[in-house]
Design a protein around this ligand. Structure first.
Ligand code: AVJ
Length: 323
């Protein structure tokens, strides 16, 4: 007999929270960290001295700008510079300014799911580098990329920065890279940030800062469930916990229940019981080495054209082309 589902979920958020909190062990997806408060907390993280990733990629963009510009502008009259997940564009702006200074002919197409993020980016660019031709694309990465790929013959240079790929397990990363690869043509470039394996303590410090900003960021997913789904999580009854496996390069974030407790989530008609020290897995932040990136590329039909490293050897931007 077919089992009838009683609750029909209105949003993917509702459905995933329900699944995640009824599975054992419990889990929630880090993609739900980012509401308005979560965006602000992530900004704060990027400003922490412990969170070396932002500075490292900034270092690459500011000290190797000319080389990046030459690489992008090579062999083409003009190109589309497409950014997956626009963010505040801090690093991209260095490159944009350099492209303008070198009189390179290009369009800048930031893709983001949030129209608000795109509006802010367009406005700040209008003030700071008004010469940049900005064509914001609202939507998911692949909707927007597909549309761009279908509409224009021009060379594409695709940016995916900030080690955002690190939120994906290897099989998902391969799927993601493959999807982009399929939309690339010969001559197109894919420029991706990969945080590197390093002293494990440096990684733990970056994801477990003394000031508690990362803890607040991790717990924001509970705050979101409270405000959007009528939950009654007591954030103080959970501990932010970070582990890093130096062999696999996987950093994982957890929320650990400090005591036996029951949490009600009205909108889901759900009572989630927690045993003392039961965990919710919330995020993975994968760290890489050359071998692993070469393997990911090979599995995805890509080839590494070149790579850029920061001065402290903490972080790399790899440039892929179609294999
Ligand atoms: C935005 C996914 C790159 O994993 O380093 C920062 C998010 N999590 N501190 C990362 C994050 C905890 C960040 N990414």
């Amino acid at each position: 007999m077919q089992k009838q589902t009683e609750t029909l979920f209105e949003t993917q958020f509702e459905e995933e929270v329900h699944t995640g909190l009824t599975d054992y062990p419990k889990h929630l997806s880090s993609k739900y960290f980012y509401d308005e408060k979560g965006d602000k907390l992530f900004q704060d993280i990027m400003n922490m001295p412990e969170y070396y990733l932002t500075n490292a990629e900034f270092d690459i963009f500011s000290t190797q700008t000319e080389k990046i510009t030459q690489l992008f502008a090579k062999d083409s009259e003009s190109f589309n510079l497409i950014e997956l997940g626009a963010g505040d564009g801090m690093k991209t702006k260095i490159l944009l300014q350099n492209l303008i200074d070198n009189k390179v002919d290009f369009d800048y197409l930031p893709i983001d799911i949030s129209q608000n993020v795109l509006d802010q980016l367009s406005n700040s660019l209008k003030n700071e580098i008004p010469e940049v031709p900005v064509k914001p694309q609202q939507g998911t990465y692949f909707e927007a990329l597909e549309k761009i790929a279908a509409l224009t013959e021009a060379k594409k240079v695709i940016l995916f920065l900030g080690s955002n790929i690190g939120n994906l397990l290897h099989p998902q990363a391969i799927e993601f890279l493959t999807q982009v690869q399929k939309l690339m043509r010969e001559g197109d470039l894919f420029f991706v940030g990969f945080d590197q394996k390093k002293n494990p303590q440096t990684i733990l410090d970056a994801y477990n800062d003394q000031t508690g900003i990362t803890a607040a960021f991790n717990k924001n997913i509970l705050a979101r469930i409270n405000s959007e789904l009528g939950g009654n999580f007591d954030l103080d009854k959970f501990l932010h916990w970070e582990v890093y496996n130096p062999e696999t390069g996987t950093a994982k974030s957890y929320l650990v229940s400090k005591e036996q407790q029951s949490v009600t989530i009205e909108k889901l008609d759900l009572i989630a019981d927690f045993a003392p020290w039961e965990t919710i897995h919330t995020e993975i932040s994968q760290k890489y080495d050359d071998k692993t990136v070469e393997w990911l590329a090979e599995k995805s039909g890509l080839q590494i054209e070149t790579q850029f490293t920061d001065s402290k050897n903490q972080y790399k931007n790899y440039v892929f082309k179609k294999a």
